[in-house]
Write a new protein. Structure first.
Length: 298
């Protein structure tokens, strides 16, 4: 059987321990991952992801100052880097329920326990060369299908097939621009699914803000209002260059009110908070109307 080749796979190895990082990088290069670069700190990794089209991220997760889970989540949400679909393998020294849960919820593709040997990582890559799990998209998760993340009362989200750089390059493809187009096409699908799944979340958060305001006043609703604003901003960003853009324009009133509630120190009036669900509901209704009027997919 042909030995799988990974010499064109653009790989980043991010570990805080210099000795472990260098040893793993050399081990991977000896296994054929010639395009392998070390990253010593998370801020440097952010910069590297912005500047390059990485295919594979191998990163350790450690509790405390090395919060790789947050960075992985940002990659999947398209907040960091240029490829939210890069293959991400997390290295764990001593797995705990907390760290394993963090890996799963962040959207990593796989995890590897110590010892971190090049041949073991290559064996994982051989699996990705044969195929990759579809990604599921919800209001708070983008990553490989994991049905265990869903609540019992939550509808099963739609999933999409995402670009697989390991399989693509191993098949002998060398056209980076063609692969970039595959990434852009998949991202457009993710944006549409994310908008649909986030509409209901807007209304849920708006109703929760009203409930918490009645119980605890202005201070009690600030985290919920912040989440409401973040969800609205995410929808606006994802709607750009899609046919959802006109519907998402309705978020402007909601966003202005949320910004004011976060900025002002005075206690808001009850009627100012009470309008949040109607503003969020208008956005959700516009999304539903768009879905009803959209032509069926070919």
């Amino acid at each position: 059987m042909r030995k799988l080749a990974y010499d064109e796979l653009r790989t980043l190895v991010a570990l805080p321990d210099a000795g472990a990082r260098q040893a793993l990088r050399k081990d991977l290069q000896s296994e054929g991952l010639l395009y392998c670069r070390e990253v010593a700190a998370l801020p440097a990794l952010r910069d590297k992801l912005k500047q390059s089209d990485a295919d594979l991220l191998i990163i350790s997760l450690e509790e405390g100052q090395w919060d790789a889970a947050a960075l992985i989540r940002e990659v999947r949400l398209s907040a960091v880097g240029t490829n939210p679909f890069m293959v991400i393998i997390v290295l764990l020294e001593e797995p705990t329920p907390r760290t394993v849960s963090a890996v799963v919820n962040a959207g990593a593709d796989d995890l590897l326990l110590s010892p971190w040997l090049g041949r073991l990582l290559v064996a994982r890559l051989d699996g990705f060369a044969r195929g990759r799990k579809p990604f599921m998209v919800t209001h708070d998760y983008i990553g490989p299908e994991r049905r265990g993340l869903l609540r019992e009362d939550e509808d099963a989200p739609q999933s999409i097939d995402v670009p697989n750089p390991v399989q693509w390059l191993n098949a002998g493809n060398a056209d980076r621009e063609a692969f970039r187009l595959k990434i852009e096409g998949a991202l457009l699908q993710v944006n549409r699914l994310r908008i649909k799944s986030s509409g209901g979340q807007l209304r849920f958060l708006a109703e929760l803000a009203v409930e918490r305001f009645s119980a605890g006043g202005h201070v009690a609703i600030l985290p919920t209002v912040r989440s409401l604003l973040e969800a609205s901003d995410d929808m606006v960003r994802r709607a750009a260059n899609t046919d959802y853009a006109p519907a998402i324009e309705l978020t402007s009133g909601l966003r202005v009110l949320c910004q004011r509630l976060l900025r002002e120190k005075r206690e808001p009036r009850q009627d100012e908070i009470a309008v949040l669900p109607s503003l969020a509901g208008a956005v959700l209704d516009a999304i539903h109307l768009h879905e009803a009027e959209a032509p069926p997919a070919a």
